[in-house]
Design a protein around this ligand. Structure first.
Ligand SMILES: Cc1cc2nc3c(=O)[nH]c(=O)nc-3n(C[C@H](O)[C@H](O)[C@H](O)COP(=O)(O)OP(=O)(O)OC[C@H]3O[C@@H](n4cnc5c(N)ncnc54)[C@H](O)[C@@H]3O)c2cc1C
Length: 471
C-alpha cells in the first residue's frame, strides 16, 4: 500500500538552496519537510568553497549585475535581477543574524564592468574539514536546530499535480517504498543541476565530455520534473567550469591549479590556443571550439605542459574542495600522480612529445615561441598577462590531460522574482517554486560566489512565498 505524508511545504533537495528555503518557511510558521536523494545532504554546496556574493551598495551592485547579464544577451526580466540585487544586499546580514562571523575574500570577477567596486565575495569564518565546509556546517546546523524533518535516501520521482495544474506534492521512492508526500501549501525544487547526467550534457552543452567536480546526486531530476509540470526552461547551455583532470577510477574530476606559472595549454596537435589565465569559471570558452574540417573538438581534452618548477611548487590539484575531497590525497611533489600514469614526464620537450603522441616539431616550436614571448614580456598570440609569463626552461617536462570540469550547471526551470516556476507563456505554475543552481539566473557569464548567493537570495524568497500560499 502506498504511504502518505502530509506537510505544508515540501523542499526537494538538501543543498544550500533547500536549507535556506526550509529555514525561511519554517520560521514563517509552516511545517516543512526536506527530501534528499543521497544518504546525506550537502550536494554541491558542501563540496564548494562556500563563498557567497554580497553587494555593498544597491545601485552600483545592480549596475554591475545588469552589465554582466547584458554582455551575454541575457533573457532575464529586469525585476529578476532587481530582486537578486536587493537580496544580495542582505546576504551578509542574514548569515550573521545567526551568530556567524563572515569575512571577505574577493570581489568582482570582471573589474572592468561598471559597479564592480560594490561586489564582495564573503565566507563564513570557521574551519573547513574533509566532511564539511564552514558554510554547509552553519546552514545544516540551523536546519537541525529547528528539527526540520529531513528524509535521506529519498529521491523525488515526480511531482503530484492536480487537475488545475497546481503542484500538490511529490512521489518519493524510499528504500523501495513509494511515498506520496502531499504539500498543502507548495513545493520548492532545490535539487541542483545536471552535472552527472550524460544525456543532458551531450544535448545541452557545447563540447564533450564535460566532467564534474561536484556531487554525483545532481543528475538533472529537477529539470525533468519541472518539464513534466509544463515549465519553461532557461540557461541550459550556461555552466561555470575550470579545467580538471579525470582519472578513470574516480567518479569526479580533480580541479587543476598549478602553484607556479611555468605552464601552457596545448590542443590535441600540440599548439597553444589561448591565454592560460582567465576567470576560473569561464574555461569552457577556451576549449569549446569545434573544428569543422577535422570534425572534432581539438581542445577537449587539452594538455597542460609544465616544467620542473611547477612540479616542485606543490600539488597540481586542489583537493580541499570537490567530491574527491577526503577521497584522494594528491602528493605534494606530484610524484604519486606520475607513478599513477596521470602525469607523463620527459627529459626534453621532444621526449615529452614522443611519449604523449604529439608531433615533436609542433610541441618544440610551441614552447620555443611561448618562451620567446616570456623574454619580450609580450604574448603576441593571446595576450596572457605579462606578470604571469614564465618560461618553461627547467626540465624535466610534464604533461597532464585536462577536460572542462563543472562547478555547476545553471540551466533549469525559468523562475520569476518571487521564485515561482513559470510556464512558457510567463504565467505561474501554481504552488511550484525553485531556488539555487537549478534554473539559475546567471547567463553565459558567471560571477564567482553567485550560486551560493543565489541559494541565499532565492532560497529566502522561495521559503517566504511558499509559506504564504493559502492552505
Ligand atoms: C568545487 C566547487 C566549488 C564551488 N565553489 C563555489 C563558491 O565558492 N561559491 C559559489 O557561489 N558557488 C560555488 N560552487 C557552485 C555551488 O556550490 C553550487 O552551484 C550551489 O552550491 C548549488 O546549490 P543548490 O542548493 O542549488 O544545489 P546542491 O547544493 O547541489 O544541492 C542539490 C541537492 O539536491 C539533491 N537532489 C538531486 N536530485 C534529487 C531528487 N530527485 N530528490 C531529492 N533530492 C535530490 C542532491 O543530492 C543535492 O543534495 C562550487 C561548486 C563546486 C563543485
Amino acid at each position: 500500500m502506498e504511504k502518505n505524508i502530509d506537510i505544508e511545504v515540501l523542499v526537494i533537495g538538501f543543498g544550500g538552496a533547500g536549507a535556506v528555503a526550509a529555514i525561511t518557511a519554517h520560521d514563517a510558521g509552516t511545517s516543512v519537510m526536506i527530501i534528499e536523494k543521497m544518504d546525506h545532504g550537502g550536494g554541491n554546496t558542501n563540496l564548494s568553497l562556500g563563498g557567497f556574493l554580497c553587494l555593498k551598495d544597491f545601485d552600483r551592485g545592480l549596475l554591475y549585475l545588469e552589465s554582466l547579464c547584458n554582455r551575454v544577451f541575457s533573457t532575464l526580466e529586469p525585476e529578476m535581477i532587481y530582486a537578486y540585487a536587493k537580496e544580495s544586499l542582505n546576504n551578509q546580514k542574514w548569515v550573521e543574524s545567526f551568530g556567524q562571523r563572515t569575512h571577505a575574500y574577493g570581489g568582482a570577477a570582471f573589474p572592468e564592468l561598471p559597479g564592480a567596486d560594490s561586489v564582495e565575495k564573503r565566507m563564513v569564518t570557521g574551519k573547513n574539514s574533509t566532511e564539511e565546509n564552514s558554510f554547509w556546517s552553519f546552514i545544516r546546523s540551523e536546519v537541525a536546530k529547528r528539527e526540520i524533518t529531513v528524509l535521506n535516501n529519498a529521491p523525488a520521482k515526480s511531482l503530484i499535480i492536480d487537475e488545475d495544474g497546481a503542484v500538490k506534492g511529490a512521489v518519493v521512492n524510499m528504500n523501495g517504498e513509494t511515498i506520496s508526500v502531499k504539500a498543502s501549501r507548495a513545493v520548492i525544487l532545490t535539487c541542483g543541476g545536471f552535472e552527472y547526467n550524460d544525456w543532458m550534457k551531450k544535448n545541452y552543452l557545447k563540447g564533450y565530455p564535460y566532467y564534474s567536480l561536484g556531487s554525483p546526486g545532481n543528475t538533472g531530476d529537477g529539470l525533468a520534473m519541472a518539464q513534466r509540470a509544463g515549465a519553461d526552461i532557461w540557461h541550459l547551455s550556461n555552466v561555470s567550469t575550470p579545467l580538471g583532470f579525470k582519472a578513470a577510477e574516480y567518479e569526479a574530476a580533480f580541479l587543476i591549479k598549478p602553484l607556479s606559472m611555468q605552464y601552457i595549454y596545448t590542443d590535441k596537435p600540440g599548439k597553444r590556443f589561448a591565454s592560460e589565465v582567465t576567470d576560473v569559471h569561464a574555461y569552457n570558452y577556451l576549449v569549446d571550439l569545434f573544428d569543422t574540417q577535422k570534425l572534432e573538438f581539438p581542445r577537449i581534452p587539452c594538455r597542460m605542459i609544465f616544467d620542473e618548477t611547477v612540479r616542485r611548487a606543490g600539488p597540481l590539484a586542489i583537493t580541499a574542495v570537490g567530491f574527491n575531497r577526503g577521497r584522494y590525497q594528491w602528493s605534494k611533489d606530484n610524484k604519486k600522480e606520475i607513478d599513477n600514469g596521470w602525469i607523463v614526464s620527459g627529459q626534453t620537450i621532444g621526449d615529452l612529445a614522443d611519449k604523449t603522441g604529439v608531433g615533436r616539431h609542433m610541441l618544440e616550436n610551441t614552447v620555443k615561441r611561448y618562451n620567446q614571448y616570456c623574454e619580450s614580456g609580450n604574448d603576441h598570440d593571446y595576450n596572457r598577462p605579462r606578470e604571469t609569463m614564465k618560461p618553461l626552461c627547467n626540465g624535466p617536462y610534464y604533461s597532464i590531460m585536462l577536460w572542462p570540469s563543472l562547478l555547476n550547471t545553471q540551466g533549469g526551470p525559468r523562475r520569476n522574482s518571487n521564485a515561482q516556476v513559470l510556464y512558457p507563456d510567463g504565467s505561474v505554475i501554481p504552488r511550484l517554486y525553485s531556488a539555487g543552481e537549478l534554473g539559475s539566473l546567471f547567463g553565459l557569464l558567471y560571477q564567482g560566489g553567485g550560486n551560493i548567493g543565489e541559494c541565499l537570495a532565492f532560497g529566502r524568497i522561495a521559503g517566504e512565498k511558499a509559506a504564504a500560499e493559502k492552505l
